[in-house]
Design a protein around this ligand. Structure first.
Ligand SMILES: Cc1cc2nc3c(=O)[nH]c(=O)nc-3n(C[C@H](O)[C@H](O)[C@H](O)COP(=O)(O)OP(=O)(O)OC[C@H]3O[C@@H](n4cnc5c(N)ncnc54)[C@H](O)[C@@H]3O)c2cc1C
Length: 393
């Protein structure tokens, strides 16, 4: 693998670069690759020692992302068209089947590593096992396997997730509304059923969001998410309870050890102040997650394209470009989804869930659910990115 050797260069003493990207999730990897391809010198640092570990996502990619971004086919599971929505008690699910392929679950370890190889080939210096610790006197401080290092960068990119320390150090907005999610992942044999996304709306196991089983004939992901302070017995116990009777898994022999994933999910919408003279935020750090579906993979790729084009301009001497990288305008596109999130967060009792299901079983209810689950809308950014950008020049 041509990029592999470059994913572990040493970083000691004080080094200079055009752009320092903190966080090698999908957002950081994408923005770093685009900037390096534009000829800029880029260092990408992540505290994870391997990108195949500490994964925080189920990895469901929606059709729009699969259409617009060249993700490697070998790291994507079979297409999913069927969604089953269950009320508490799991009886009489509402079945929605699309006539198009809607989702594919990524093999995230493979996808992150393939993206890192692409970044390294583009010239990005990737340093793993290296934590960003803070900014002092205009210098960014990192601690890695070889001890501390200092980076003098013209710009820093905070791609360091929902609880971004880069956002804090740049004085930018920070995520305040967060869900927490956790899941178990294991291999499964095909079960003769079409690949299916099972979603359970039950405030006692997923307060304010939903619990899920994705079974695509290769892997099962069993998870739940919700507002941290509303899990009656905590997230861990809720996942255990759900996992014990989760739908779609009858006859599946679970392995003794399963991969566990989890983390915070920002659902307050894209943040308003996501750039300043010293840098900008992308992905979860910028709150770029659909407030309704909590999907962040499509938004993080699209916002990274916009970020790379703004930084390219800034590095070419048009410093004012950064001022136009603002979440305030992007938030307008989320008004509907933010109010639906507020609605979903109010579904707190079995009676409210039952009422929601009565609606879901009507033709307009099914149509609305179909629009949310199979719709064409995505995060504004790509291909809107160049338009938004040039509009301000
Ligand atoms: C349980 C769960 C399931 C989800 N499922 C889906 C899904 O199926 N589909 C979907 O679209 N979205 C999903 N999401 C949301 C989606 O995963 C995220 O929005 C997306 O992965 C964000 O990517 P990112 O690159 O911004 O952040 P991350 O992937 O979180 O990457 C941040 C990186 O920064 C690194 N980092 C953090 N702090 C430091 C530091 N101080 N120094 C160095 N490195 C640091 C971390 O190690 C990490 O690698 C899910 C989220 C969760 C929690």
């Amino acid at each position: 693998m041509p990029g592999a050797a470059r994913t572990a260069p040493h970083l000691t003493g004080t080094v200079g670069t055009d752009v320092l990207v903190i966080g090698a999730g999908l957002a950081g990897l994408h923005v770093a690759t685009l900037l390096a391809r534009q000829g800029h010198d880029v260092i990408l640092a992540d505290r994870r020692t391997t990108l195949a570990g500490a994964i925080r996502t189920t990895g469901i990619f929606v059709r729009r992302t699969l259409d617009d971004f060249p993700l490697p086919d070998e790291h994507l599971g079979p297409p999913i068209r069927r969604v089953l929505l269950y009320p508490p008690g799991l009886r009489r699910p509402v079945s929605l089947v699309s006539d198009r392929d809607e989702y594919r679950v990524g093999d995230m370890a493979g996808l992150y590593q393939a993206s890192a190889a692409t970044a390294a080939e583009a010239g990005v210096r990737i340093v793993l096992g290296t934590r960003y610790t803070g900014r002092r006197d205009g210098t960014f401080h990192l601690t890695g396997r070889d001890g501390p290092a200092a980076v003098r960068a013209r710009f820093v990119v905070g791609a360091d997730g929902a609880r971004s320390t880069v956002a804090r150090d740049l004085g930018l907005d920070r995520n305040r509304q967060l869900l927490v999610g956790a899941e178990e992942v294991f291999e499964v044999p095909p079960n003769g059923e079409p690949p299916t996304f099972h979603c359970v709306l039950d405030p006692s196991i997923a307060p304010g969001y939903l619990a899920w089983v994705v079974h695509d004939g290769r892997h099962a992901h069993v998870g739940t998410a919700g507002y941290a302070d509303r899990f009656p017995e905590g997230l861990r116990r809720a996942l255990e309870r759900f996992s014990a009777s989760a739908p779609g898994l009858s006859g599946v022999n679970r392995p003794e050890t399963v991969e566990r994933r989890g983390g915070p999910i920002p659902v307050g919408g894209v943040l308003r102040r996501i750039s300043c003279a010293g840098g900008l935020l992308v992905g979860d750090a910028a709150g770029a997650v659909s407030p309704l579906t909590a999907g962040g993979l499509d938004p993080c790729l699209r916002l990274s394209e916009l970020a790379a084009s703004v930084l390219d301009d800034a590095l070419k001497g048009r410093a004012e470009a950064l001022e136009h990288y603002s979440g305030a305008g992007l938030r307008a596109a989320f008004r509907g989804r933010l109010s639906l999130r507020r609605g979903l967060s109010q579904v707190r009792t079995p009676a409210a869930t039952a009422a929601a299901f009565t609606l879901l079983r009507t033709p307009p209810g099914r149509a609305a659910a179909g629009r949310i689950l199979f719709g064409d809308r995505s995060f504004p950014g790509h291909p809107a990115a160049p338009r938004l950008h040039t509009a301000h020049r």
